[in-house]
Design a protein. Structure first.
Length: 204
């Protein structure tokens, strides 16, 4: 599965790079219109650019109330563009973790992916917080990040080895929702780790 997603990731990167070749129109008033702009089709007099980033770098600006893919309501797309430029990455769409539906209950047994992983990786029998046995309470887990053993599920988080944000910025933004969900719940890309350590090691 991990090999499959690696191939898919590189394939989507190529698709994404091709997609960014779509014309971006800089109007005579200095506004950059890509296909997500309400004025894209109506803009007839323009300077042509290969990417939105290239247009903005010439001093262009985004349309008022611009909302490209993944831009949450109330989020400044201009700010997102600036952050992408500082990070040295292409501006594709603002990363939204909610777009990658994670911890799903695939088999409908009330245990989502997080709790099934806790059950499968525990080195001792687990206990549950509820009668239906949906939510793991205790067990025995080894965390390679801290080199320690933990017995409380509440102390643990599930980390994506290849983070969702990293994948998003390198092509996964163009994946359909079903593939994003599959990637977010791919067992070969998940590891059980202590919560605060996981949060402190997130760099991408």
């Amino acid at each position: 599965m991990k090999v499959l997603f690696t191939l898919l990731l590189f394939t989507s990167m190529a698709v994404s790079q091709h997609a960014t070749a779509e014309i971006v129109k800089k109007s005579s008033s200095g506004i950059c219109h890509d296909r997500y702009s309400d004025w894209y089709e109506r803009t007839k007099n323009y300077t042509e650019y290969g990417t939105l980033a290239a247009c903005l770098e010439t001093g262009g600006r985004l349309p008022r109330n611009y909302a490209g893919p993944g831009v949450k309501q109330g989020t400044s797309a201009q700010k997102a563009m600036e952050e992408a430029r500082i990070d040295g990455r292409a501006f594709v769409s603002v990363y939204d973790r909610d777009a990658y539906n994670h911890w799903v209950d695939r088999d409908g047994d009330c245990q989502n992916e997080r709790h099934e992983l806790l059950i499968d990786t525990s080195q001792a029998p687990v206990t549950f917080r509820d009668r239906r046995k949906c939510y793991v309470a205790t067990g025995r887990w080894y965390d390679p990040y801290t080199n320690r053993i933990y017995d409380q599920a509440s102390d643990l988080q599930i980390d994506h080895i290849v983070s969702l944000k990293y994948a998003h910025e390198r092509g996964a933004h163009a994946w359909p929702p079903e593939l994003k969900e599959q990637f977010a719940n791919d067992r070969e890309n998940l590891i059980v780790t202590e919560g605060s350590t996981n949060r402190s090691t997130i760099t991408i």
